[in-house]
Write a new protein. Structure first.
Lengths: 369, 305
């Protein structure tokens, strides 16, 4: 589907994501363009994965293949670091005797979901019960991890308003560890009950004490993260995550989508699920059954919002060509940036927070506490 | 067609156009765009022998050298390096565009060149065999490699020794050598025919001048070389030339710890460094006189014939 709002680079990027066979027909300048677009949204290694999966390496020019190898090498390195960090965390926390749920990228890796091998990720995210989060933090601090956000206001902000404590990092390593007690800031309008997530979490068959979220909750977490806890700027790869999770969990499980709808209702996460299905299907041709898409309509926002989001979301999600920036995109992203803050916090909290942040930027030397 | 085959106005016309000037530096292809005349003037001289490529070919790095559009534009203009839309560094004084461009290129290679094992070393070749000179700060590596390049050794690289994981071959990238402080005069006195670009004062490394690579070396841009010697040079005031064999295990550690991406490549780099060390003779070298040390290294190369 060619969309008149998309630039040639975006059309090419989406076409190749939807149908990797398209890669066999690319000219040199199209490969160049695709490489730049994929770099802009951190999907180079993902293409390497697709090329392997569809055995298309014969059509890849040598220079492109070099970039694919380079991107995969970086990801393989990050994954080794992540597994090592998980190993260290497990050892450090054996005393705590509590369920630790690994979230997002590391969870996909632990589950061996194929796309995880080519997925860029920055840090380790885990979730623990809120009642024990202080014990865990103290235990890690006592074992040479340290907090990254040292400013008093940041510390306060995290502890008071966020769904996680300030990020930790071990003294000798670079991998950041984010410890959450739920999947979305408690100030947000959405408030899924974390105990339901813990209840359904699954143990892994491998040699690890960590758990992961159930397949439905994993998808919903990814949906909440993208549509209710980010600015959506250039987050096509998060949409690719959703697309890949949908595909993975619905293979060999015909009732997956129906359970997903039911689970979203239980957790009160209908809206993020609606957006995920709508935009993965629209932009990436994710195979979602017609009756499911139909049923998800009951989770849609009112018509004006729906039309606005249909216009804004693709503009914001898709990467721009690095040489061409447009005002429309900037405005769309600015609107969604405002929305993201509004969703995360009621205005009564948001306005003082933003005011304080701006003031602190103006007078960096003074501690306003 | 080489960059030097085009006149300065022709080059400027290209670098100011949307398509930019695309050229090949051996291991990578680059698209450069800039309206900064003084910078392009220097660039034109230093990159004289590199081939121009058409803009429909695959380009590895897109670098724009842009005059910052801020209040200083008319008083003390600044220059920004934009790499694929990103701006990783602070602005430089516009007069220092050339060092910034070289820095931007180094940054691109170090970040995105992970399909190579990247050693921090100069590389030269004679009779088809490559000499690796790993750089330890203050070792005089650049001076030695610049001197060797003027005496019949083919110059492959000053900064990045790029090794292909599959064949273990070194890929040339004979960019200008940044000579620092006293080295500039040393090389000028060593060979009056060399071309050194304008001097940049007060950079992070002191005074900096870029030495253009010999034409013959740039002409062999695509010719890889197999490593045969690893020599760790150490300049020592008044010292006689001393080339001491180094144990393989010590050389392994020195070489691996001098790599940009040894840890990142994991098992690949371990195996590659092992192969290089196995195939190479390894030495520690102390020297002061360039003619003496070159004679010694020539003997090394002649004996391997």
């Amino acid at each position: 589907m060619r969309n008149k709002h998309h630039t040639s680079g975006q059309t090419l990027l989406l076409a190749c994501l939807k149908n990797p066979e398209r890669l066999t027909e690319l000219s040199s300048s199209q490969w160049s363009l695709l490489l730049r677009m994929a770099r802009a949204c951190k999907l180079i290694a993902h293409f390497a994965g697709l090329i392997e999966q569809y055995t298309l390496s014969y059509c890849v020019p040598e220079k492109i293949s070099n970039h694919l190898i380079a991107a995969q090498a970086i990801i393989a390195y990050r994954q080794r670091m992540a597994f090592w960090e998980l190993n260290r965390l497990q050892r450090a926390l054996t005393q705590c005797k509590t369920d630790i749920i690994v979230l997002k990228g590391c969870a996909y890796l632990l589950l061996d979901i194929p796309f995880a091998k080519t997925r860029v990720f920055a840090d380790i995210d885990v979730m623990v019960n809120k009642s024990i989060i202080n014990t865990i933090e103290q235990s890690l601090l006592a074992q040479d991890w340290h907090a990254l956000k040292l400013n008093d206001y940041d510390q306060y902000y995290y502890r008071e308003w966020m769904h996680e404590i300030p990020p930790l990092c071990h003294r000798l390593r670079e991998m950041e560890v984010d410890i959450h007690h739920t999947i979305i800031p408690p100030t947000s309008a959405l408030c899924p009950d974390p105990s339901l997530l813990f209840h359904d979490a699954v143990s892994l068959n491998v040699d690890t004490a960590f758990k992961v979220l159930s397949p439905c909750d994993m998808v919903l977490h990814s949906a909440v993260h993208l549509f209710f806890d980010s600015e959506l700027n250039n987050k096509l790869r998060d949409l690719v995550d959703l697309d890949q999770l949908f595909r993975h969990f619905s293979t060999d499980n015909t009732t997956f989508f129906a359970s997903l709808l039911a689970r979203a209702t239980v957790l009160g996460l209908q809206r993020p699920l609606y957006y995920s299905m709508r935009y993965t299907h629209r932009l990436l041709n994710t195979p979602i059954p017609k009756d499911i898409l139909q049923a998800s309509q009951t989770m849609a926002p009112v018509l004006p919002t729906r039309l606005l989001m249909d216009y804004l979301i693709p503009i914001a999600l898709l990467p721009e060509h690095p040489d061409e920036t447009s005002l429309t995109v900037a405005v769309a992203r600015w609107l969604l940036f405002i929305r993201s803050h509004y969703l995360r916090m009621p205005l009564a909290l948001l306005i003082p927070h933003l005011a304080r942040k701006s003031l602190m930027r103006l007078i960096p030397s003074k501690n306003l506490n | 067609m080489k960059i030097g085959d085009l006149s300065l106005p022709e080059i400027l016309k290209k670098t100011t156009a949307t398509q930019g000037l695309c050229f090949d530096v051996g291991a990578f292809s680059i698209r450069l765009r800039s309206t900064h005349k003084n910078f392009i003037h220097t660039f034109h001289k230093l990159y004289r022998d590199f081939p121009v490529i058409t803009d429909d070919q695959l380009i590895d790095f897109h670098i724009d050298m842009v005059i910052a559009n801020n209040y200083r534009r008319w008083i003390k203009p600044q220059i920004i390096a934009r790499i694929d839309g990103q701006q990783p560094f602070q602005a430089f004084a516009a007069t220092h565009a050339m060092p910034l461009f070289e820095w931007a290129l180094n940054w691109s290679i170090a970040r995105l060149g992970q399909h190579y094992l990247m050693l921090h070393a100069a590389v030269l070749e004679r009779h088809g065999k490559a000499l690796i000179l790993p750089a330890l700060p203050g070792s005089g590596k650049s001076t030695l490699s610049a001197a060797l390049a003027q005496r019949g050794w083919r110059f492959l690289s000053d900064e990045f020794c790029l090794v292909q994981p599959i064949h273990g071959q070194i890929v040339p990238i004979p960019r200008p050598t940044p000579l620092k402080n006293e080295s500039i005069a040393v090389i000028r006195n060593f060979d009056a025919r060399v071309f050194i670009g304008p001097l940049f004062e007060k950079t992070r490394k002191g005074t900096l001048g870029h030495l253009r690579a010999p034409t013959a070396s740039v002409d062999c841009l695509k010719q890889t070389a197999a490593p045969a010697w690893i020599v760790f040079p150490q300049y020592q005031n008044q010292a006689e030339v001393l080339l001491e064999p180094l144990s393989k295990s010590a050389a392994f550690l020195k070489l691996a710890s001098n790599s940009f991406n040894y840890t990142l490549l994991g098992a690949t780099s371990f195996n590659l460094v092992k192969t290089i060390i196995t195939n190479c003779d390894c030495y520690n070298l102390s020297y002061s006189n360039l003619d003496d040390v070159i004679a010694q290294l020539d003997v090394l190369s002649d004996n391997a014939q």
